[in-house]
Ligand binder design. Sequence first.
Ligand code: GUE
Length: 287
Amino acid sequence: MTARIIDGAALARTIRTDVARRAEALTAQGVKPGLAVILVGDSPASQVYVRNKVNACEQAGMHSVLEKYEAGMSEAELLARIDALNHDPDIHGILVQLPLPAHIDPHRVIEAIAAAKDVDGFHISNAGLLMTGQPLFRPCTPYGVMKMLEHEGAELRGAEAVVVGASNIVGKPMALLLQAAGATVTICNSKTRDLATHTRRADILVVATGRPRMITGAQIKPSAIVIDVGINRLDDGKLCGDVDFDSAREVAGAITPVPGGVGPMTIAMLLVNTIEAAERCLAQHSD
Ligand SMILES: Nc1nc(=O)c2c([nH]1)NC[C@@H]1CN(c3ccc(C(=O)N[C@@H](CCC(=O)O)C(=O)O)cc3)C=[N+]21
């Protein structure tokens, strides 16, 4: 049997249409949702991603600001820009593109963003709220994965879910969201001994390791739902995931492609989080 392909690009379009409707309603009430994206340095991949984010905002009728700075920008200068955006009433969401140059401490930068504008959901306060079951902003990539699983009609209660990769931005929040939905969650990493014994038990397998094609069909349970968070650019310029798509699709029940899977959903959920921030802002001011 060949796996069903989970079309993240199509689901992302549907979500963005709904975002546009909510943006219009907010604008009519005097609050145009606004996102600020800060890019430090000129990595070509980051340039593409931040442009995609800003274009997605414009398409949805939202306000967006893209601030680009040279790689040599000091940490103090960046913190001053964040402080200004924290106080800017036209901006409801702030995203500082990661990774940052090595001389800037990413923790200090993330903690400087007002938690109510932290649409990435990376601030310790948002991480703590998520961990204790009172999420304010769910990190965009895991949030998008949950939307795809919901769209698939996946039964998460009682399911075995395995997350490969334990980063603060994907693996850890992913595990928390799956656990909150009633799954039994195992978090693995690249050093996990006999990784395949874990992955082969997974009804839901989420792979976010940054290692091209590291999970193959032989490591997947027949009929499992496989979510590939990886985006790796190969020497020939093509993109591939952390899952070996060709062998995996012969075993899995459903699988996300790269590109066109998790990536577009990440951007869609960034817009959703920005809308939610603006809606909260309106609710506060109409009290
Ligand atoms: N503070 C912060 N927040 C982020 O959310 C964040 C970040 N930093 N740093 C970098 C990663 C990466 N990321 C992607 C989002 C969408 C696609 C995406 O739409 N990908 C398309 C392909 C795009 C292409 O052709 O390169 C796809 O998978 O179909 C990819 C990558 C967000 N990130």
